[in-house]
Design a protein around this ligand. Sequence first.
Ligand code: ZN
Length: 313
Amino acid sequence: MAVSPGLHHITAICSDGGRTRDFYERLLGLRLVKRTVNYDDPQSWHLYFGDTTGAPGTILTFFEWPEADPALPGSGEAVALSLAIPKGAAHGWVRRLTDEDVPVAIAPGGDDALALHDPDGLAIELIEQDWADALPGYTTPEIGEEQAIRGIANVTLLVENIDATANLLEDALGWREYARASHAGMLRLRYGAPDRNGPGRVLDLLKVPETDPAEQGAGSIHHIAFRAADDDAQKEMGARFAAAGLRVTEMRDRTYFRSIYAREPSGVLLEVATEGPGFTVDETVETLGLRLQLPAKLESVRAEIEENLTSLD
Ligand code: ZN
């Protein structure tokens, strides 16, 4: 059975691409590995951030929706995102963010994690992970190896039908439950890929009594994408989604990976993305993210697209 070795990327909605770029690239030190447009709405940005090459599990992407209202978090979506930092890095991050006037909360019960919000209100945690030190970090003039973010640590889905989502993770993707906690009617199940030591290998399912459905907007996580080693593995996972009663899309070519999509029983949009060909298919590692990249079918309207896009500076 083909198993998903981890998350591939997480995609959120922002209202201002330039502000989002400043936050994730300069402040958090991720690399802008690709500037392109939303293939389903080519007049707006799709920005990809990640490590040096945009390796699967390190990638956060943003659709720019300038007209979007602020998100109202709720059930049927991913509600929280944790990014991995090396052991001992949390204190330095608190200092850096405080110096930049970004409000920071220290996670209750530990000094190894901190919580903040991005400019659109998306909840983000930076959390020290044992495996992070072993990975090379993407460094910037302001952020060294000892502090650099190493990718996704965890993402939390708020779901009504927690058993159905749990079954899907097990049966279609080969993930396993390895921890659970319940308190006052709240249930949290922690799922992991077979190898949990690396970026994007852990996901929490959370069920809270009487939550309203989410209203998507700026600051929402739009979807989460799981990795498939290749097209055959993706096809197999898609067939198992379909066997579980989900409606699965046709495969779509996203240039840097190929994707299928399905909405799980509680409404969270899931994607399965191939690991290849990756972000160096149209740029070198050195020049990733410097120039607007368009799929061939949009090159003929490049001038019009460039004219309409908002400034990222
Ligand atoms: Zn995606």
